[in-house]
Design a protein around this ligand. Sequence first.
Ligand SMILES: *[C@@H]1O[C@H](CO)[C@@H](O)[C@H](O)[C@H]1NC(C)=O
Ligand SMILES: *[C@@H]1O[C@H](CO)[C@@H](O)[C@H](O)[C@H]1NC(C)=O
Ligand SMILES: *[C@@H]1O[C@H](CO)[C@@H](O)[C@H](O)[C@H]1NC(C)=O
Ligand SMILES: *[C@@H]1O[C@H](CO)[C@@H](O)[C@H](O)[C@H]1NC(C)=O
Ligand SMILES: *[C@@H]1O[C@H](CO)[C@@H](O)[C@H](O)[C@H]1NC(C)=O
Ligand SMILES: *[C@@H]1O[C@H](CO)[C@@H](O)[C@H](O)[C@H]1NC(C)=O
Ligand SMILES: *[C@@H]1O[C@H](CO)[C@@H](O)[C@H](O)[C@H]1NC(C)=O
Ligand SMILES: *[C@@H]1O[C@H](CO)[C@@H](O)[C@H](O)[C@H]1NC(C)=O
Length: 371
Amino acid sequence: MLALGRCALVFGLLCAALSAGASVCPAGCECSEAALTVKCVSKDLRDIPTGIPSYTRNLFIIGNHISQIGPECFQGLDNVTNLSLSNNRISEVKSHTFTSLRSLRSLDLSNNQLAIIHPEAFTVQSRMLRELNLSRALYNHSSVIDLATSLRWSTLSDLLVLDLSSNGLVYLPPGIFCHLVGLQRLQLSNNSIVSIHNGTFTGLDHLEELDLTHNALRTLREEALKEMDQLRSVRLHLAENPYTCTCDIEPFAAWLNGSRVRVEDVERLTCAFPVALQNTSLLTVGELELGCHKVGEGDNLALQTSYVFLGLVLGFVGLMFLFVLYLNRKGIKKRINDMRDACREVWEGYHYRYEIDSDPRLSQFSTTADV
Ligand SMILES: *[C@@H]1O[C@H](CO)[C@@H](O)[C@H](O)[C@H]1NC(C)=O
Ligand SMILES: *[C@@H]1O[C@H](CO)[C@@H](O)[C@H](O)[C@H]1NC(C)=O
Ligand SMILES: *[C@@H]1O[C@H](CO)[C@@H](O)[C@H](O)[C@H]1NC(C)=O
Ligand SMILES: *[C@@H]1O[C@H](CO)[C@@H](O)[C@H](O)[C@H]1NC(C)=O
Ligand SMILES: *[C@@H]1O[C@H](CO)[C@@H](O)[C@H](O)[C@H]1NC(C)=O
Ligand SMILES: *[C@@H]1O[C@H](CO)[C@@H](O)[C@H](O)[C@H]1NC(C)=O
Ligand SMILES: *[C@@H]1O[C@H](CO)[C@@H](O)[C@H](O)[C@H]1NC(C)=O
Ligand SMILES: *[C@@H]1O[C@H](CO)[C@@H](O)[C@H](O)[C@H]1NC(C)=O
């Protein structure tokens, strides 16, 4: 009797599951067939759940503890267009992880700890991917090498938007973006980029927007300005960098004055150093005294140079004189001795006479003799 009851219960559950049919939803997730959306948010998941419904278009697996993703994770999800894996602990992305997601248009990997990115990590079958968010996604600056390789190997020629903000990037390997020929928007803000080199932006022929705010740029040198000029129709964002207003900044300031239309935040570019020029707009810095080309400075300099030269010549002559003296030290000594002897003779002669003169007897004798 009891066994029969249990059997019925199990059968009932099975029926319920079957009648729910397509709306089976993995544990820890919320599925909405109407919205074609599956959300698995903050559920301590350690792996991508299995059994995600095949109707899913928008898949959010956010705020869990997923550490690795590979090609086995997303089988049979042909219709997923938006995938967000943000706020996990993903450290490794294997090759071809996203290849089975034939419709994928937007991939959000922000807020992860990517340390190992395999070369074909971002290969997508149909080149559908339009948007890749890697904001705060890299474990540290070293990961940029792996990233550069995967951006070259993967098929991302139709990518439109790439977000690499807040990754602590110090430099960008030359040609890192060279295969992203369709890219329109590149977000590089809040990194530690110190300079732009020849080749940094090679390949970005269709770029429309480049954001470099909040980096570590002190100036942009000729090389960087040429690189910027090659991005023909781009809108630039360059504020909130520690621009240092010494002579080095002049070419950049001049370029900025001529490129106002392309630099969206041109009014917000200010000197951070030296303290005396802090918060001064870079647009006015060309008119200020940077101490680079003062009028009359040339003449002054020539005069100073001639004084220095004169001093040197006099010093040299003095040295030669001392040297000659040194070489002739024996002759000079002899002459001095001679002179001293001569002096002594004269002195003794004088002294003798004086002594004679001062002897009263002798003087008396002499006076009487005179008399
Ligand atoms: C995927 O989307 C297409 C239409 O875009 C639809 O015909 C197909 O049924 C969807 N696949 C699933 C498994 O829902
Ligand atoms: C899916 O991604 C596109 C960008 O590719 C975006 O415009 C859209 O709002 C996203 N949809 C959802 C539900 O997040
Ligand atoms: C990327 O993700 C971050 C946060 O996760 C968000 O603030 C940013 O707007 C996203 N970037 C793009 C281009 O959507
Ligand atoms: C990045 O992390 C790896 C692994 O911990 C380490 O070997 C490497 O030195 C780190 N690189 C930087 C620039 O900190
Ligand atoms: C800038 O990036 C750092 C990590 O590199 C992050 O902690 C900080 O919140 C980011 N700031 C903004 C304004 O995004
Ligand atoms: C940049 O590099 C290319 C070759 O990679 C070279 O032809 C070009 O002259 C370089 N430009 C500058 C300004 O150094
Ligand atoms: C420059 O501006 C910052 C913030 O606006 C302010 O804290 C700082 O005191 C200013 N410095 C000078 C020299 O005006
Ligand atoms: C800025 O450019 C204008 C011409 O467009 C020029 O007259 C002016 O002198 C320039 N200012 C500076 C500081 O270079």
